[in-house]
Design a protein around this ligand. Structure first.
Ligand SMILES: [Zn+2]
Length: 301
C-alpha cells in the first residue's frame, strides 16, 4: 500500500511514495518551471502519478504553495507565481482522472501535520509551525487538528504587521512580519549593515567565528522574529513551536538566540510550558503531512 505524495514549491516539485505507516519509500524531485503555467504543471503532476501509482496505491496526496482551501481541494489565492494556478480544482481533476481519493493542502499546513505525524511534533496537540524562507509561512494545530479558518487561509503569519509605516510588501500592505524576519530579510539586513551581498551560510559561518558585527545583524533579525512570535504565543498559548525552512539547519544555536530574545518579551508562565524545536523532517514534511490528510479523509469516507 502506498500513497503518491507530491509537494509543489515555487522552484521545485518533490515527490515520492509514502507508506500508510508514514515511511517515505522513495523520493525525487523535478523543476516546477512555475512561469510556464498551470497546464505544464498539471502535465508534470500526471507524469509523477503515472510513474508511481500501481494497483496497491491508496490515493494521491498533494502539498502546494499558495492559498489553498484544503477542504475543497482547491487553490483559492496567493501570488501569481504559477499563471493559472489560482482557481485550480486539483482534487476534483485528480479524482476524476485516476478514480483514486486525493487531497490538496497548503505546504506549511502539510509541514505542520508531517511533523506531528512523524517528526518534531509527535504526540503534540497544540503547536505552531513557522517556516522561515523567502517569506514566513504558518501552520496552526489545535487539539490535534489544523486550524483552517472560515475560508481556509488562516495562519498567514507572514503578513502580520510588526512595523508601522515599514517596508512595502507584495500583499499591498507595509511593515509585514516576513519583510523583517524571513531569510530574505536577513540577507537584506546584512547587505545594508555590512555593505556586501552574503548568503545565509556565510552569515552564520561568521557568527560562529565570533564576528561581532555579524552577530549584531543576526541578533537584530532574531529580535524581529521574536516580535511576531511573541504575539502568536499570546494568542495560541502553544506547548510547542516548530521552526522549519533552511535556517532550521542551524539547530540549537539559533534556537537559543530566539529563546533568549523571547524571554525579554513574553511572560514566564507562557514560556515555562513552551518548547521550541527545529523541524525534523525537512524536505519530507510536506509529503508526509499531505499523506496524513489523505489517510484521515479515507477514514472519514
Ligand atoms: Zn504582506
Amino acid at each position: 500500500m502506498n500513497i503518491v505524495a507530491i509537494d509543489i514549491g515555487g522552484t521545485e516539485i518533490k515527490y515520492g511514495s509514502v507508506t500508510g505507516g508514514g515511511e517515505v519509500k522513495f523520493s525525487s524531485s523535478l523543476a516546477t518551471e512555475a512561469s510556464k503555467g498551470v497546464e505544464q504543471l498539471l502535465d508534470k503532476i500526471y507524469s509523477i502519478v503515472e510513474k508511481l501509482k500501481d494497483e496497491k496505491t491508496l490515493g494521491i496526496a498533494v502539498s502546494a504553495t499558495g492559498q489553498i482551501d484544503g477542504l475543497a481541494g482547491k487553490v483559492v489565492g496567493g501570488t501569481n507565481l504559477i499563471p493559472g494556478w489560482i482557481g485550480t480544482d486539483l482534487v476534483k481533476i485528480l479524482e476524476e482522472k485516476y478514480s483514486l481519493p486525493a487531497v490538496l493542502e497548503n505546504d506549511v499546513n502539510c509541514a505542520a501535520l508531517g511533523e506531528m505525524w512523524m517528526g518534531a511534533a509527535k504526540n503534540r496537540k497544540n503547536f505552531l509551525c513557522l517556516t522561515i524562507g523567502t517569506g514566513i509561512g504558518g501552520g496552526i494545530v489545535l487539539d490535534g487538528k489544523l486550524l483552517r479558518g472560515e475560508s481556509s487561509v488562516a495562519a498567514e503569519f507572514g503578513h502580520i504587521q510588526i512595523v508601522k509605516n515599514g517596508e512595502k510588501c507584495g500583499c499591498g500592505s507595509t511593515g509585514c512580519y516576513q519583510s523583517y524576519a524571513s531569510t530574505t530579510a536577513l540577507l537584506k539586513l546584512a547587505e545594508r549593515k555590512l555593505g556586501k551581498k552574503l548568503n545565509g551560510k556565510e552569515i552564520f559561518d561568521e557568527v560562529h567565528k565570533n564576528n561581532l558585527e555579524y552577530k549584531k545583524v543576526l541578533d537584530e533579525w532574531a529580535d524581529y522574529f521574536t516580535d511576531g512570535l511573541a504575539t502568536l504565543i499570546y494568542i495560541f498559548n502553544p506547548s510547542l513551536i516548530v521552526i522549519g525552512g533552511g535556517v532550521s539547519k542551524q539547530g540549537s544555536f539559533l534556537k537559543n538566540i530566539f529563546q533568549k530574545s523571547l524571554e525579554t518579551k513574553v511572560m514566564k508562565n507562557y514560556l515555562d510550558i513552551l518548547e521550541m524545536k527545529m523541524a525534523e523532517r525537512g524536505n519530507d514534511a510536506g509529503m508526509l503531512g499531505a499523506s496524513y490528510l489523505l489517510l484521515e479523509k479515507m477514514k472519514k469516507s
